[in-house]
Design a protein around this ligand. Sequence first.
Ligand SMILES: Cc1cc2nc3c(=O)[nH]c(=O)nc-3n(C[C@H](O)[C@H](O)[C@H](O)COP(=O)(O)OP(=O)(O)OC[C@H]3O[C@@H](n4cnc5c(N)ncnc54)[C@H](O)[C@@H]3O)c2cc1C
Length: 382
Amino acid sequence: MRESCDILIIGGGVVGCSVAFHLTQFGRTDVLVVERDFLASGATGRCGGGIRAQWSTEGNIKLAQHSIKEFENFKEITGAEIQFRQGGYLLPAYTQEMVEQFKQNVSLQNKHGVPSRLISPEEVAEIVPLMNRSEILAATFCPTDGVANPFLVTDGYANAARRKGARFLLRRSVVGFRTSGSRVQTAILDDGTEIDCSLVLNAAGAWAGEVTKLLGTEIPVTPYRHQILVTEPLEIIHRPMVIDLYHNIYFSQSEEGGFITGQTDEDEKPSFNMMNSWRFVVEISRKLLYHYPCLRKVNVLRQWAGLYAVTPDAQPILGRVNEYENFFCATGWSGHGFMISPAVGKIMAELFVFGRPKTLSIEEYSIERFKKGEFIREKSVV
Ligand SMILES: Cc1cc2nc3c(=O)[nH]c(=O)nc-3n(C[C@H](O)[C@H](O)[C@H](O)COP(=O)(O)OP(=O)(O)OC[C@H]3O[C@@H](n4cnc5c(N)ncnc54)[C@H](O)[C@@H]3O)c2cc1C
């Protein structure tokens, strides 16, 4: 079978769907999203749904700030309800070094209009009265940070894009390309379908490196399993998302009352493994109990795993990655792609429609930075 489209997007996660939506907003409606499974079946549907502007680098602060505005107005923009709840993000500091770093972060964030602030242990007590605060020296808090439902966001973008004419082909993988000179001309699917297109966006998340390899190019995006669990529902005792970089754990309590928590496992090896492990349940339970000893008798309801698409500086790769002038990547989120997907969707759409992004520059996210060795590592990742 032979098909054609103007812009082909590989990957129906939140990023692919956001780019498709923003393209249709600019009048580019001949868009086809090819997804190997169902929409949000990759990292998106497995993520914590956290959204914050409390970052240590200017780029992430700007991407998040822009995205939070879109999350706040999502219903008006796309027509979809996404359960966006702004309970704030609280980042506790346990050492003087962390306090100093957090002061710098807040000052940079405030410069860009983020209403974050450094707060005392007494103020922490007002926000999370039942949490263990015995060793906290200070914390940062930003009330506009929050959480949203990743499935509703992805569907919201996809449905709005569909209404304008974008198409979605599910349960089909891109398995190859045909090229001519410096252009990718055709994508080949697993059922033999050939899709002629004028532009390709690789939005395949942690699998983006595999897709790029089909063109003979390696990109520094490594898949790492990240596990997460939710407890049975309880009375609401905790509002914000807590990112504890010292003990390496994040947790929030959902509207339904379950505590959702995860960590970065330093011993995890790169892989596409998405199985659960018992070790994770033991480790994360110990850490959560440090913060909330009162959860000792609470049952774990469900655990699952997904993949981070990790780059050497924990920053995304946006733009061209090889000699093919019409082949682009948007990947390498290193654990925070959901929260910046609105800005990324708009920027990539602007790049394709106007030839350059208008909302924010993506120069610092060029793959060239790794060749030049010129990059700044994001410090606030978990
Ligand atoms: C446990 C966990 C917690 C997280 N928590 C947060 C959080 O709180 N906040 C946050 O911002 N981010 C979080 N993240 C990160 C976030 O989930 C990702 O950065 C984001 O979802 C990436 O979206 P994506 O669309 O690029 O990738 P994905 O959602 O992975 O989508 C890529 C899609 O491409 C498809 N695909 C792959 N190869 C092919 C192919 N050859 N052909 C067709 N389709 C293909 C896959 O099936 C997949 O659906 C978390 C991630 C995990 C795993």
